[in-house]
Design a protein around this ligand. Structure first.
Ligand code: OSB
Ligand code: MG
Length: 368
């Protein structure tokens, strides 16, 4: 494969509802899209970085820099011996998984079209329908949260995850369980606690949660292993897992019983497949995390979620939960039983709406 042209663009999209985690509130998204042209075909990828370096150190700006100055020069116009070759060329650039994923995933999209395969099939996926959950941010009041849960359960979502932080945890969970004793419920702390909070975290065991996601340090493995030994509730790692080696080490020391797999965080489909393999070999369930993606990132998440190890509902939900109008056609929809049907057409299976993308663009740069 030889890439003839790469285009970076930044689009701005307001969220339908604000999304708040322990590290802050997001109301407007800045999203960098990568368009690659090769073999007469066009592929798309999305940088999933947050606007500020609060989830990880990457931002739209760091991704633009690393793509423009390192990742694009390492691939554009060169004779690439396939997708593994792309990974090999990116390897000497440390970190910056979200920048790498955006370009690598665009090439996976092209390769799938070239072979006439749905992307889900090309990455090795076998599921035709994937189970979906929702991630519900910190709300202005507990009443708002209860109303939101009611609506999402009514829409059919199979698992509710709520964001927690000190002060928005035990009392909130008490009220949620009082009103919804039977729903499949999990929590995500985004690193809001420390080992000194172990007693508090242990007190959540009475809520029979499916999991508690990333309670401790954003890059930690060992403290989570120490904590997991004291909890009945399964710990799920998100922020701490950047590749298959991280997953192996976390599993070996008992830092988690579940792993949240995010394409951007691990650097794209190739690395995601490796993490998935390690987890499968150790019988650790995985599920697909979300980063408030536009339709392009969402379509890649759906393809990855077709892998057989994705046995738990992911944070992959309908476009309309985030956007008044998405940038793909058709938009992502969820069935009344809380599933998404994996597209069976070649490539991503959703068509980027070029005119809408153009209207949302605030800057663009082409490389040929
Ligand atoms: O930790 O899973 C997370 C959103 C932004 C940053 C981190 C996270 C999230 C979510 C949202 O939970 C998932 C979604 O896209 O719906
Ligand atoms: Mg998380």
């Amino acid at each position: 494969m030889k890439i003839d042209r790469i285009e970076l663009r930044e689009i701005r999209m307001p969220l339908v509802n604000f999304f708040e985690t322990s590290f802050g509130r997001t109301t407007n998204r800045r999203i960098v899209l990568v368009r690659a042209d090769a073999e007469g075909l066009t592929g798309w990828g999305e940088v999933t970085a947050g606007e500020e370096p609060f989830y990880s150190y990457e931002t739209p700006e760091t991704a633009w820099h690393v793509l423009r100055d390192f990742l694009i020069p390492a691939t554009l116009g060169l004779e690439l011996a396939g997708l593994q070759d792309v990974g090999a060329r990116f390897k000497r650039i440390r970190g910056h998984g979200m920048a790498k994923a955006a370009l690598e995933n665009a090439l996976w999209d092209i390769e799938a079209q070239r072979r006439g395969l749905p992307l889900a099939k090309l990455v090795g996926g076998t599921l035709e329908e994937i189970p979906c959950g929702v991630s519900i941010g910190i709300q202005n009041s507990i009443e708002d949260l209860l109303d939101t849960i009611e609506r999402e359960v009514g829409a059919g979502y199979q698992r509710i995850k709520i964001k927690i932080k000190p002060g928005w945890d035990f009392i909130v969970l008490e009220r949620v369980r009082e009103r919804f004793p039977r729903i499949v419920l999990s929590v995500d702390a985004n690193s809001a606690y420390t080992p000194a909070d172990a007693d508090r975290l242990r007190s959540f065991d009475c809520f029979y949660l499916l999991m508690i996601e990333q309670p401790l340090g954003w890059n930690d493995i060992l403290d989570h292993a120490w904590l997991q030994r004291q909890l009945q509730t399964a710990i799920c790692l998100d922020e701490s897992i950047h590749d298959a080696e991280d997953a192996r080490k976390a599993i070996e020391v008992g830092a988690c019983k579940i792993i949240n797999l995010k394409l951007g965080r691990v650097g794209g489909h190739s690395s995601a497949r490796e993490v998935h393999e390690v987890c499968r070999a150790h019988k650790i369930p995985v599920w697909c995390g979300g980063m408030l993606e536009s339709g392009i990132g969402r379509a890649h998440n759906i393809a990855m979620s077709a892998l057989a190890g994705f046995t738990l509902p992911g944070d992959v939900s309908a476009s309309r939960r985030y956007w008044t109008e998405d940038i793909i056609d058709p938009e992502v929809t969820v069935t009344p039983t809380g599933t998404i049907r994996v597209p069976q057409t070649p490539g991503l299976g959703y068509t980027p709406k070029l005119d809408r993308i153009e209207r949302l663009t605030v800057r663009k740069e082409s490389f040929a």
